[in-house]
Design a binder for this molecule. Structure first.
Ligand code: DGY
Length: 491
C-alpha cells in the first residue's frame, strides 16, 4: 500500500481535474448541484418535530448556500476569505454534513484530501489550491515543503497534520451509500487511510506509548488554546519579545495578514501568531521530522483531543475495513489496541489534560479538549458519567454547550478563537460521544442548543460567545454549516 500509488489511483476523483492556475469555470468544473434531502434520499425524514419551523428552514437553506458558495472545485473552503484552501478536519466535518444532500459530493470531499497526502502517509492540515487567488497568511512559502522534504507531495501543502477525523468521515459517508457503491468507495479510500494511521504511529509515537504527539498548535485544531501558548512562549523571536515586554503589541497588529476578514481581537494574539510562524520555520528547518524536532528540543504534546479523535477513528477504520472485506496490518492493529488501553487511563490525573511528551508532565490547563474523551468512546461508564456531569456544570456550559475554556479561567475571553467561544464542530463531537455512551438526554440537549444557536444567529459563524450566543470569527463557516445540517438531518 504505497501512498504514491494511492493518490495516483484517484485519477477519476474530483481533484484530478484541477489544473494549476486555471479558474474552475475554465476547467469545465461545474459547482455541485446540492439537491434538497427529500429528493436525494427518498423517504428520509429530514427534520424532527422540534426542529421543524420557519427558523430552521431558513437556517437550513442558508447552510446549504454556504456550502455551495465555499465550493472550491470539488472540495470546500472553510471560509472563502479567511481559510481559502482545503483544511483536513474541516473537510471531514463538511463531508459528514454533505452526505445528507449529495453523498457523491461528500465522497469527493474526502477523496480530495488524499491528493495532498505525503508519500510518508501524512495527511497535511492544509492542501493549497493554486487556482484560488485569495491571499492567505500561512501560505506555501511559510511551509517551504517542496524544499524541506525529500519526498514531497504532488501538490503544495502545509507541513503538519490535524485531528484524524478522516475515518469517521469515511464511515459516515459510506453509511449513506448503497452497498455496492459503499464497497467501491471504501476500497478506494482505504490504502491512503491506512497509510495515514500507520504514519501517525510510526512518526508520532515511536516509543509505542499508544498516545501520539502533536508538534504545532495548528495540529490540535484548537490553535490558540492556552496549553499550547505556554508551550511555544519561549520560541518568540527577539523582536516579538521586545514589543511584548514593552506592551506595544499594536506594532505587530499592523504586520499581520490574518485580520482582514475578521477583527484581530477575535483571532489569536499578534505576538502568539508571530511565534507560531517562528515554530513553523523551526519545523521546516528540521524537515518536519519528529526525531529531529525532538532532538532540537521543540515542543511535542500528547494532545488529549487529538488522541480522543484517534481512538474513535481507529474504531471506524476497523469497521470500514471489515465492511470492505480487507484486513488491517497486524502492527497497526496492535498499535490501535495500545492507544485504546492508554486512553482508558486518561482520567487518572483528574480532568483529561494534555501531556508534555518530553517530560511526561500533565499540563495544568483544563480546556474543552478534555471533554473529547467522551467522543473517544472507551471510558468506563462511571467515568463517562462523571465527565458528562462536568460538561453541563455552570463552570463550563451556559446556554449553548461548553465554552472552550471554563468561565473562571484567567485567559477566558468570550469572543476570541479558542479562549472561550462555543464551537459547533466541538459540540457535534460531544453530541456523538454522549449518544454512544448512552447519555441520550444530554446528547439531545446539546444538539438542540447547538441548533438553536445557529438558527438564532442567522449565520453559520466559526464560533459563538458562550455568554450571549453572538457570532464571531468567519461568518459563513462551512464546517458549522455542515454540522448544523447533520444535526437536523441525522435523527
Ligand atoms: C489559521 O490560518 O489560523 C489556521 O487556523 C491555521 O490552520
Amino acid at each position: 500500500m504505497t501512498t504514491t500509488e494511492d493518490t495516483s489511483s484517484l485519477g477519476t476523483g474530483p481533484f484530478r481535474a484541477v489544473q494549476k492556475g486555471v479558474p474552475s469555470e475554465r476547467r469545465g468544473i461545474t459547482p455541485p448541484a446540492i439537491t434538497p434531502p427529500a429528493q436525494a434520499r427518498p423517504g428520509h425524514r429530514a427534520e424532527t418535530r422540534e426542529t421543524a419551523g420557519p427558523g430552521v428552514e431558513t437556517a437550513r437553506a442558508r447552510a446549504l448556500d454556504v456550502l455551495r458558495a465555499n465550493d472550491g472545485g470539488g472540495f470546500t473552503r472553510p471560509s472563502a476569505r479567511l481559510y481559502p484552501h482545503q483544511w483536513l478536519w474541516d473537510s471531514c466535518f463538511v463531508a459528514i454534513g454533505l452526505r445528507h444532500v449529495d453523498v457523491e459530493r461528500a465522497a469527493g470531499e474526502v477523496l480530495s484530501l488524499f491528493v495532498g497526502q505525503w508519500p510518508s502517509g501524512m495527511l497535511p492540515h492544509i492542501r493549497f489550491c493554486p487556482a484560488i487567488g485569495e491571499p492567505y497568511h500561512a501560505d506555501p512559502g511559510l511551509w517551504g515543503v517542496r524544499d524541506a522534504v525529500e519526498a514531497p507531495p504532488v501538490v503544495e501543502t502545509s507541513g503538519v497534520t490535524q485531528p484524524p477525523l478522516v475515518a469517521e468521515a469515511v464511515a459516515r459517508v459510506g453509511a449513506a451509500m448503497p452497498a455496492r457503491r459503499r464497497l467501491a468507495f471504501y476500497r478506494r479510500v482505504l490504502p491512503g487511510l491506512v497509510a495515514y494511521h500507520e504514519w501517525l504511529y510510526r512518526e508520532r509515537d515511536p516509543e509505542n506509548t499508544g498516545l501520539v504527539s502533536v508538534v504545532h498548535p495548528w495540529e490540535s485544531g484548537m490553535d490558540d488554546t492556552p496549553p499550547w501558548s505556554d508551550a511555544v512562549r519561549d520560541l518568540a523571536p527577539a523582536k516579538v519579545r521586545a514589543v511584548r515586554d514593552a506592551g506595544d503589541l499594536d506594532v505587530l497588529e499592523g504586520l499581520r495578514r490574518d485580520n482582514k476578514a475578521v477583527p484581530a481581537q477575535e483571532r489569536i494574539a499578534a505576538d502568539e501568531l508571530f511565534t507560531l510562524y517562528e515554530l513553523t520555520g523551526r519545523l521546516r528547518a528540521v524537515r518536519y521530522r519528529f526525531d529531529e524536532l525532538r532532538a532540537a528540543g521543540l515542543p511535542s504534546i500528547r494532545d488529549v483531543g487529538f488522541n480522543a479523535v484517534l481512538v474513535r477513528a481507529n474504531r471506524q477504520l476497523e469497521t470500514v475495513a471489515a465492511d470492505a472485506g480487507l484486513e488491517l496490518p497486524t502492527g497497526l492493529l496492535r498499535a490501535m489496541r495500545t492507544t485504546r488501553d492508554a486512553f482508558r487511563n486518561v482520567l487518572a490525573g483528574g480532568f483529561p489534560r494534555h501531556q508534555d511528551a518530553r517530560t511526561g508532565r500533565l499540563l495544568p490547563d483544563e480546556t474543552v479538549a478534555g471533554f473529547l474523551a467522551l467522543y473517544a468512546g472507551v471510558l468506563p461508564p462511571e467515568q463517562a458519567g462523571r465527565l458528562a456531569g462536568q460538561l453541563f456544570d455552570a463552570r463550563w456550559t451556559g446556554r449553548y454547550g461548553p465554552a472552550s475554556l471554563p468561565f473562571d479561567a484567567p485567559a477566558f475571553d468570550p469572543g476570541r478563537y479558542w479562549r472561550g467561544p462555543v464551537w459547533p464542530m466541538v459540540n457535534w463531537l460531544l453530541v456523538d460521544g454522549l449518544r454512544r455512551s448512552g447519555r441520550v438526554a444530554e446528547a439531545r440537549r446539546l444538539r438542540d442548543e447547538t441548533v438553536e444557536l445557529v438558527v438564532r444567529s442567522g449565520r453559520t459563524y466559526e464560533y459563538y460567545s458562550p455568554v450571549d450566543g453572538g457570532g464571531h470569527g468567519a461568518p459563513d463557516f462551512a464546517p458549522t454549516a455542515a454540522v448544523f445540517l447533520d444535526m437536523i438531518y441525522a435523527e
